[in-house]
Write a protein that binds this ligand. Structure first.
Ligand SMILES: Cc1cc2nc3c(=O)[nH]c(=O)nc-3n(C[C@H](O)[C@H](O)[C@H](O)COP(=O)(O)OP(=O)(O)OC[C@H]3O[C@@H](n4cnc5c(N)ncnc54)[C@H](O)[C@@H]3O)c2cc1C
Length: 639
């Protein structure tokens, strides 16, 4: 048996290493090589084994249930999106079949924005209007989807992307209205923790453990390797509790990390308009005069949530990510087992009654099976067409009908055309600028200021997590230097409901969730987005799987962890455009000009543009706000 094979067996890999995997590893090392390889078809081909099934090599294992074929941006979705981007349809215009359908409103994109737009439109119009939602994935939800696993008889659910939320205060706006409309609970039961076990403190989401400031609420173990200056690589629990004394950081580094941490409770003192004129690195190292170790410590989180490294992101963003409150002031955010997929499922249950099953209580929404057959039936007020990629949207004049909007989409290899009195583009700027054929110059130029960064979320199902219990922490963090898989992972204390009661016990299955940014310090924001996305798309599932298994084997050596025995399954969720990147000036505008995001939000004619990135930082709240705005504008256009 070859060494590679033996190594794979030890790691529990199902797939043998191929020559292509080796080539990809070499490619990963060089930013310049990646830029040269940025043609999408070429990049995607890198992830495929020679002569093998490209889609399988890219998507990998998808879990079980309704989301099994929809983990992140799948191969098919990426391919059709890139056909739009590369002008394939324009070069060889399709001759779409006219479906003869005419809608009051067509919504492009079935994510939280599009679903909220449909919900609010139905509500405001009294429910009698004809609406169609078109989405290119096999299931609705956009970035708010989930992964399901069945491990040793336990059903585990994890987030694919969108994750945390706060139950809203009454009267606090669109989120509160949504909770009221669907009778969504504001208080939840959590998994029990056996009192005879060590008293571990868990986060309820996958973020609270990341920034190092929640140690008074979450137990976090930090891994320091030789590269981090540790004499003996290993774990240190709750490093802030004794002023970083057990870390390998030097004296000045420790002093400044502590100053930084003490400062963060006073973020309100910094003028956000000033912060939006400088990078976060400039703020940390020049304005505050901190040691560069502070930048390094913050970087992985900034790279995940801001999309790019601290030397490219606006200080307003970087600062906001790590300083929303000081130590002890921040409440733990919550997340549903499948993250904000639950919100999408609630919305769908209202738009298409019965689509989530008969039980629309929290338990029913959480565990119900999607009835896909109900989504696109003629005659119902709101129809939802999945696996449908919109390729062209433009105003048109129809004899006797005045102005309408023509929508062309591809589904199952065929192209179709239909009409609407108004269209909401809830699909994201990177798509809209290619699809909107009559986009005015001002909006086209404004979209030119939008760049996007990717993210990768891995849910690793483990048969037990005694190895973490031994460390005394359900959350772990390491000092990513750009070569590691992610920088943090954790097991949550989950919300439970009748019908979904997975145990929380170190000897029982659980999901270890990794959130990972793909940033490249030293490059401008746009280039970092391209490099990260190229890396994300050019890396096969098998390569990522091997990296995760090797890294876990190495870091958890000595804790009893065995990757081949203990890992039950890994699902990767790739998001090519997870974040709009906010370099200095993105939020408030530059050179006295209005911010590009405000120009885009104006829309034009019968086309409304609404997606969560128009708020800068993306979250469910922004998605709901823009969805509700889109519904109000659509109502006016279709009065
Ligand atoms: C990794 C990650 C983690 C996140 N974590 C959180 C979090 O913890 N909390 C939080 O509040 N928010 C989080 N967010 C952000 C939040 O999920 C988003 O802001 C929100 O879900 C976006 O909703 P949207 O409808 O605007 O866009 P999307 O969810 O992107 O929905 C747009 C939909 O349109 C589809 N589409 C695109 N092009 C076409 C086309 N041509 N034809 C048809 N359909 C098309 C897309 O595939 C997608 O399904 C996270 C996002 C990511 C990626």
């Amino acid at each position: 048996m070859s060494n590679d094979k033996r190594e794979d067996e030890k790691l529990g890999m199902g797939v043998a290493m191929t020559r292509r995997d080796f080539l990809n590893s070499a490619l990963l090392g060089s930013g310049v090589a990646l830029l040269g390889a940025a043609c999408p078809a070429h990049v995607l081909a890198q992830a495929a084994p020679v002569g093998g099934d490209a889609a399988k090599a890219f998507n990998g294992y998808g879990g079980i249930g309704d989301y099994a074929q929809a983990n992140g941006n799948t191969y098919a979705v990426v391919q059709s999106a890139h056909k739009i981007r590369d002008g394939i349809y324009q070069a060889a215009p399709p001759h779409p079949e006219d479906t003869g359908e005419a809608y009051d409103l067509v919504i492009v994109g079935g994510g939280l924005t599009g679903l909220m737009a449909a919900h609010q439109y139905a509500k405001l119009s009294g429910g009698g209007r004809k609406v169609l939602i078109l989405d290119n994935h096999p299931i609705f939800g956009g970035e708010a989807r989930q992964n399901d696993f069945l491990v040793d008889g336990v059903h585990l659910i994890g987030p694919q992307g969108s994750n945390d939320f706060y139950p809203p205060e009454p009267g606090s706006g669109v989120v509160d209205e949504f909770f009221t409309d669907f009778a969504i609970p504001r208080e939840y039961s959590l998994q029990d923790w056996d009192a005879s076990l060590k008293p571990l403190r868990f986060s309820q989401d996958n973020y609270s453990n990341m920034d190092g400031f929640q140690e008074d609420m979450v137990d976090v173990a930090y891994y320091f390797g030789e590269k981090d200056g540790a004499k003996t690589p290993g774990w240190q629990l709750n490093i802030w509790s004794d002023q970083l004394a057990r870390t390998p950081f030097g004296e000045a580094e420790r002093r400044d990390l502590l100053r930084w941490r003490a400062d963060v409770g006073h973020s309100g003192q910094d003028d956000p308009r000033f912060l939006d004129t400088i990078t976060y690195q400039h703020y940390l190292e020049v304005v505050k005069g901190y040691d560069p170790q502070v930048t390094r410590f913050a970087q992985p989180m900034v790279g995940l949530l801001g999309g790019v490294s601290a030397d490219a992101v606006s200080a307003r963003v970087g600062h906001g990510l790590v300083t929303s409150a000081g130590p002890g002031e921040r409440h733990l955010t919550m997340s549903y087992p499948g993250g904000n997929a639950t919100f999408a499922r609630y919305l769908m249950s209202g738009l298409v009654p019965g689509s989530m099953g008969a039980d629309t209580s929290f338990a029913g929404i959480l565990s119900g099976k999607v009835n896909f057959a109900l989504l696109d039936r003629p005659g119902q007020p709101t129809r939802v067409r999945l696996g449908a990629t919109v390729i062209q949207v433009a105003h048109e004049q129809l004899a006797g009908q005045g102005e309408t909007v023509g929508v062309v989409y591809e589904k199952g290899g065929n192209t179709y055309r239909l009409r609407a009195r108004a269209v909401v583009m809830a699909s994201g700027g990177w798509v809209n600028k290619h699809v909107l054929a009559d986009l005015p110059d001002a909006i086209r130029q404004a979209y030119g200021e939008f760049s996007y960064a990717p993210a990768l979320i891995a849910n690793v199902a483990v048969r037990h997590w005694r190895f973490l219990y031994r460390l005394g922490a359900p959350a772990v963090r390491w000092m990513d230097d750009g070569t590691l898989f992610g920088f943090a992972a954790n097991i949550r204390r989950n919300i439970v409901a009748p019908g979904h009661q997975p145990p929380l016990h170190p000897d029982r299955p659980a999901l270890l969730t990794f959130y990972m940014g793909l940033y490249t310090p030293g490059y401008d924001a746009h280039t970092q987005g391209v490099l990260g996305r190229t890396r994300l798309l050019a890396t096969s599932y098998a390569q990522y799987e091997r990296q995760i298994r090797m890294q876990m084997a190495q870091m958890f050596a000595g804790t009893g962890f065995d990757p081949a025995r203990d890992i039950a399954g890994i699902v990767l969720n790739r998001w090519g455009h997870a974040r709009v990147i906010q370099p200095p000036g993105f939020y408030y505008g530059r050179d006295g000009k209005p911010p590009a995001r405000e120009v885009v939000a104006k829309g034009y004619g019968r086309i409304i543009i609404a997606h969560s990135e128009l708020n800068g930082a993306q979250n469910y709240r922004g998605a709901f706000e823009h969805g509700a705005r889109a519904a109000r504008e659509a109502l006016k256009l279709t009065a």
